[in-house]
Design a protein around this ligand. Sequence first.
Ligand code: BG6
Ligand code: MG
Length: 220
Amino acid sequence: MIKACIFDLDGVIVDTAKYHFIAWRRLANSLGFDFSEEENEKLKGVSRIESLNLILRWGGIEKTEAEKEELANLKNNWYREYILKMDSSEILEGVIPFLDHLEQQGIRLAVGSSSKNAGTILEQVGLAHRFEAIIDGTKVSRSKPDPQVFEMGAEAMGLAPRECIVFEDAPKGVDAALSGGFIAVGIGSKENLGHAQYVLPNFIGVSLQDILDGIKTKTT
Ligand code: BG6
Ligand code: MG
């Protein structure tokens, strides 16, 4: 029996991945190298400091912990310049009707994001009030693929993982949901997210029943 939906934020509710990419690339370029959009895929769902470690590895650059903190702050300042300009027009198509539909069905709503900026983004786009629990990068100690962020979301609602569907655009986020015993629905391509119980390109025209039917088809 599904009682709640837990949404990842970046790439599921809003397309902030493009701003992360621009800001990380700006940082890499300032250090004298570049990275591809394909490499950027590996940063999705990963915490800020782990993303920086990956990028430095791609550039073959070593930094002290103090220097890394400075670089992560620099990137975050650039990133915040973009997100502070966001408004409701950046909510991905189909999201608001889907939230409305879930609420009408009595489904409870939460956010489970690795981002320490999740609260700011949700306020900017005017969606913060729609979620009864918002678990973000400021609250967790372990990054996806660890299930902690989703477990805390379920716990905040007093629910078991099997009563919640997690929506994720990142392969590591799907891993996190599955290892926590949640139902994982991928938002994006089957190629990247085929390990989820069900994959949708987006929320346009989607109903809860479509998802429940899709999950059943995959598991039976
Ligand atoms: C995730 C993004 O939601 O948050 C990652 O998919 C990002 O790309 C991570 O690195 C941490 O974000 P922030 O805002 O705390 O730097
Ligand atoms: Mg994401």
